[in-house]
Structures are given as C-alpha cells and as structure tokens.
Ligand binder design. Structure first.
Ligand SMILES: O=C(O)CCC(=O)C(=O)O
Ligand SMILES: [Fe+2]
Length: 515
C-alpha cells in the first residue's frame, strides 16, 4: 500500500537530507535478560533534525486520538503524516543500526528481512496529565509478507521541557514492577519489539513530543495448502466472528467481511467499509449488519447467491463498537459517541439512550424491553429501551467491561473487563436487583470476548492470547488454548460442535472441546 502525502503545508517531504545525517552513535540495550530487541540510540537525530521534523504546521494539526482510542488507554494528541519520502529519509539514517534479519516465529517459517519504515508517521504530543497507558504496539500488516515487527520512536524535544513522561517497559500486562525505564532526551531513537508491554508515563508538567512509526520486515511467501480451513484469515486484526446459518463470517482491520463455508473454504468477501469492521450482527435470516470505525452500519442481504450490500446507515458520528439484535426488525448499536441507539434496517432511529459519559462497549438484551450496557466510564447500566429510560446504574467505578453476555436461563450477566476479570452478576426474577456473584481472575490483560456454550460452559479470550474454557459451577478453567496475539472473538459452531476463535494475528482457529 502506498500512502500519499496527506497533511498539507508542513513541507515534510522537503527536509534537506543534510540535517538527517546520523552520527552512528552507540547503541544502548535497555533489556538484557530477554531475546526481544529494545535499544536506544542516543543522539541518532541532531537537534536541528528534530526541529525540522516538528514544524509549527505539525504542531498546529495535533488532535486528540480519542476518536480511535478510549481515554482509559491514551489521551495524548497526534497528527498523522503519510509520507513515503520522509519515511525513506528517516530509514536511511536508522538502517545501519537495525537488525537486517529477524528469526522466523514458527519452526518451519522463513526469517524476516529488513524492508522499510512504515510511511504512516505519527507525531505525538503529551501535555501535563496526558499518558499512554501500558499496551502492546499493534502490528501493521502491509501485505501477507510485509509486516511491522519493531517500534520506531524519536524523542523530539528536550527533557528540560517536561517532567514525568518516561517510557516504561514491563514484563507483562499486570506486573507491578518496571522492567526498564528510559528518560527521554531530544534526538534519541528507541527501537523495540512489538511484543514488549510498555507505557508512555503520565506527564507531570510541560510538553513532550515524539515521532512514532514502525519498522517493516518482509518474509518469503509460503504456499498455504488448500486444505487448511479459514486460511489465510485476514490481513491484520480480526475483530469479530459470527455464525450465520451454515456459514461463518469474520471481519477485521482489512475492511473486509469474509464468508466461510462449513469446512472453512472462502466463499465470498464483502467490501464496502472504509475502515476496520469491529462488529457483526445477524438481524434475521436474510439480514446481516456490520459496524465500523468508518462510522457506518452497513446492511447486507443474504439470498441464494450470497450477500450483497443493501444500504449504509449513518447512525452515530463515531466508531460503531457493537451491534446486537433485539427483534427481527430492530437492533441496538453502541458507539464511541457514548450513545446507545435502537434502529431498524432502513436507518430509522426509534430510540436513543443517553447517560454514559464515554464509549459504550456493549448493550445486550436481557428481557423483552430491557438492555444492559457496559462503558468505558466504568459503569454497567440497565435501560428500558422502549420507554427511552435508564432504570438504574447496576455498578459504577468498575474496570470497563469490553465483553458482555447475558444468560437468560440463569439470569446472569457476565462482564469481561479491563482488569482481566470475568465478573458474574446475578439478577433476581424482577431483573431489578443485581449483585456480584463471583469474580474470576481470567486473563492477563483485557478480557476481549465471552461466549456461552450450549452446555453452560463459558469461553473467554483475552489479551494474553489465550482462549479459556470455564466450568461456571466451580469457577475453574478446564481447558486453555493459545494464539500468537490478542484473542478478540470466539464463537460456537453448532452444526460441527466446534469452537472458533479469532485473533489480532489475523488467524481463525478451530478447536474441538471434550465434553
Ligand atoms: O511516549 C511514549 O513514551 C510511549 C509512546 C508509545 O508507546 C506509542 O506511541 O506507541
Ligand atoms: Fe507504544
């Protein structure tokens, strides 16, 4: 993919290469007790080069990243500049300091050869109070064979300009101890493996500026045998899988919905969205809904020939986070605008529920007219959607629940949260009183998905790349499977009695579960 240079007026394409010259300084490794790469190159860029990069035009175009990230995660500002030319210039400076080859991840795989700097350059600014909480940097999939493996960051201003704002590394998502710390200095380059948990520490005072990109590596394509089900998956993150009749649908960052047959053969791919597809929902036998970061909900019709796009709905001026069916005609959408809307497939909004103060991750039906929603604001709320009213706040001050599921038989709400827990809430028969029954310490990192099996067992997936099967009667984990990256979605295939899980690594896996 070639990005054009989109941000006007900052002259980034025209930096004189003289100011970009590297001094080939000493590499300093931050982590010694790991194979993973993490090094600093002090003064890799001169002060003049930093000033040439951080132009007033760039500064003027910095915006909160809030449309793409929940505030819990990061609240700094950024400006994206797509420039092949500048990426090439920067790459010339850093190339001699980079590993020319990285080992294959799989025993049978091919090594990765150094290719280029991702031309999507992100200028970031932290003001006092701003932070980028502990996270893993996402892998950028340019193609099947070109992917980012290392993070690139240059610190653009003087340490004297701010306090706090260190870059901190951790052994995992919830280790209390800092593994390594780095105090920013102007012109320093940091390069580290995407698999390292790290944080941009909260700034106490002043302003901190960095330039972020990723280092791309290329591998030799390996033929995928026809017999491998659901291969090759998606390019980049898969956000959701959904059984639809006899088929399975998957959707992801590559803006595609893929339609797979029973044996995992690709039947169709549906293009139309302009950005990542985060949610899928079956409205009725002939209708599929998809919600995206492009702020649209698309309605797809299913007939004997397959799926076709019927229409595109503008329901929220924000990323659509979840879609759930209420009736054959009505569905509920939640979004980054903090609203819950009940609409039909023609795009008529019947109800709009306001009350949350941040992103609404999920809203699931719990009875004919009742919904429970979970939000980034740390609350769980109960609503009567037909009457447009919030009935109560079931819980507040909670770690936000990314995954939410209601079990009508047991009247239990299962909430998978940011603290890696599955919190099980019991409702009484009136659905007016809710209390926490148990809290399972389920994953390291966010619980991203929950699926209830027909036999009552629960499946969870999380940021520790694990899929876990739970016996809810005893609260014990019976089985554990692993992906190579965050597990984002799981589903049960009723016909074949198989579990399917989908991951940030773009792969779909099928698992047989012993009874
Ligand atoms: O600002 C920092 O120190 C860390 C930033 C970071 O982790 C990122 O931009 O991905
Ligand atoms: Fe990062």
């Amino acid at each position: 993919m070639t990005y054009s240079f989109r941000t006007a007026g900052n002259h980034a394409d025209n930096y004189p290469s003289s100011v970009m010259k590297a001094a080939f300084p000493q590499v300093r490794h931050l982590l010694t007790d790991t194979e993973l790469i993490c090094f600093i190159v002090p003064g890799a860029f001169s002060a003049a080069a930093c000033d040439a990069l951080l132009t007033p035009a760039i500064k003027a175009q910095l915006r909160p990243a809030a449309t793409h990230y929940p505030t819990y995660y990061r609240n700094n500002e950024r400006c994206i500049v797509d420039s092949e030319a500048l990426a090439r210039q920067l790459f010339t400076v850093i190339e001699p300091m980079l590993p020319s080859e990285l080992p294959a991840e799989q025993p049978a795989g091919q090594p990765w050869r150094l290719k280029q700097l991702n031309s999507r350059l992100r200028f970031c600014r932290y003001a006092a109070g701003q932070y980028f909480h502990r996270h893993l940097d996402g892998m950028y999939h340019e193609s099947e064979t070109v992917q980012s493996r290392l993070t690139f960051m240059v610190y653009l201003n003087d340490a004297a300009d701010f306090s706090g704002g260190r870059t901190l590394f951790y052994r995992n998502k919830d280790d209390a101890q800092v593994w390594a710390e780095y105090h920013p200095a102007k012109g320093d380059l940091i390069v580290f493996d995407h698999r390292l948990w790290h944080e941009g520490e909260q700034l106490e005072a002043g302003e901190k500026y960095v330039l972020r990109s990723d280092i791309l590596y290329e591998t030799t394509p390996q033929p995928v045998p026809q017999s491998v089900p659901f291969a090759p998956g998606h390019l980049g993150y898969i956000w959701q899988v959904l059984p639809f009749g006899e088929e399975l649908l998957s959707a992801g960052r590559d803006k595609l919905i893929k339609v797979w047959g029973r044996t995992g053969e690709l039947r169709q791919h549906l293009a139309g969205h302009q950005n990542s597809i985060l949610s899928l929902c079956q409205l009725n036998a002939q209708t599929l809904l998809s919600g995206s970061r492009d702020m649209t909900v698309k309605v797809w019709g299913r007939d004997a020939q397959g799926f076709t796009l019927r229409r595109s709905l503008d329901l929220h001026p924000a990323t659509i986070l979840s879609l759930h069916r209420l009736t054959d005609q009505l569905f509920v959408s939640t979004a980054a605008d903090g609203l819950i809307k009940i609409s039909d497939e023609l795009g008529q909004v019947h109800h709009s529920l306001a009350g949350h103060t941040d992103w609404v991750w999920q809203a699931v039906p719990v009875a004919a007219e009742l919904l429970v929603s979970s939000s980034e604001d740390g609350t769980l709320r109960l609503w009567n959607w037909r009457r447009n009213t919030g009935l109560q706040c079931i819980g507040h001050g909670l770690p936000p629940a990314h995954a939410l599921l209601f079990d009508p038989e047991q009247r239990r709400l299962l909430a998978g949260n940011y603290a890696g827990q599955i919190q099980i809430w019991q409702a009484d028969a009136s659905l007016q009183h809710w209390e926490v029954l148990t809290t399972l310490a389920a994953h390291h990192g966010i619980v991203r998905t929950l699926t209830l099996l027909p036999d009552g067992r629960l499946v969870s997936g999380g940021e520790d790349s694990k899929v876990k099967v739970w016996d809810l009667a005893t609260g014990t984990c019976q089985q554990e499977m692993a992906h190579n990256d965050f597990v984002q979605s799981t589903a049960w295939l009723r016909e074949s009695r198989q579990l399917i899980s989908a991951s940030y690594d773009g792969r779909l896996s099928i698992w047989a579960l012993p009874a």
